[in-house]
Design a protein around this ligand. Structure first.
Ligand code: BTN
Length: 231
């Protein structure tokens, strides 16, 4: 098992890793029971109350190659979470670009951030949050408690996710990418992608290994980096 360094509270586990990366080892995991400034994608806040969920960041420093985009580690993390959640009686799925959903509601968010010395792969997973707490989130969200109907052991789930993640890290990158491409299930689908008011409609022809969608609008193929996909 990797070295898990626990804190009762941090501003953000990603921020902690980015600030302290020089002293941290490859494979270390920073875990916080709560975060006061949990970071989401696109400058959003990640709701991080104490005693309920998992907020952790994996430190990666070795074998990083400029050829492998940061987004690839998000892909590995999403596959690791997906596999772990499949051990419960729920049906999780991946939503491009990097969400894990159950019944159309977000259960997990992933944010990979890099600096010169390495990578911080942050995972926030709603484990034992109840309905009234989930209602405080401005987007449709769910938790393992809500979906499985029972409180779940956070340590066991963390261990499972980390085992999966480090297994994926050893695998052939192309194989993992293919697995992810299948899980996001977007190829040849007719989609509408909304990104900060900009709407792109068309058929998804492919996803690049940087995670960009190639959407055929009928007038040409455009690259879409982020946004909400609907069908
Ligand atoms: C998203 O917007 O979907 C990404 C959310 C990522 C949240 C996790 S919680 C642990 C780690 N520390 C942070 O500040 N953010 C990530």
């Amino acid at each position: 098992m990797p070295n898990i360094i626990k804190f009762p509270e941090l501003d953000s586990t990603n921020l902690y890793v980015l600030k302290n990366i020089a002293e941290l080892e490859h494979g270390d995991v920073i875990l916080a029971d709560s975060q006061t400034a949990g970071r989401g994608r696109l400058g959003r806040v990640w709701f991080s109350p104490a005693g309920k969920n998992l907020y952790f960041t994996i430190v990666l420093k070795d074998n990083l190659s400029a050829k492998i985009p940061v987004h690839f580690y998000t892909i590995l993390a999403s596959l690791a979470v997906l596999k772990a959640l499949r051990n419960y009686k729920i049906k999780p799925n991946l939503k491009w670009p990097n969400d894990v959903l159950v019944n159309g509601r977000k259960i997990c968010g992933i944010l990979a951030e890099a600096n010169k010395q390495g990578l911080a792969v942050g995972i926030g997973l709603n484990v034992n949050m109840n309905k009234s707490e989930l209602d405080k989130i401005d987007k449709p969200a769910t938790s393992l408690l809500l979906e499985s109907g029972a409180e779940q052991n956070r340590d066991k789930l963390l261990e499972n996710i980390l085992t999966n993640f480090f297994e994926y890290l050893k695998k052939d990158t192309k194989e993992s990418f293919r697995e992810w491409r299948k899980e996001i299930d977007l190829i040849n689908k007719k989609v509408t992608v909304t990104d900060a008011g900009k709407i792109t409609k068309g058929i998804v022809r492919d996803v690049t290994d940087e995670g960009l969608l190639l959407v055929d609008t009928g007038k040409g193929v455009v690259k879409v980096m982020s946004g909400d996909v609907s069908f």
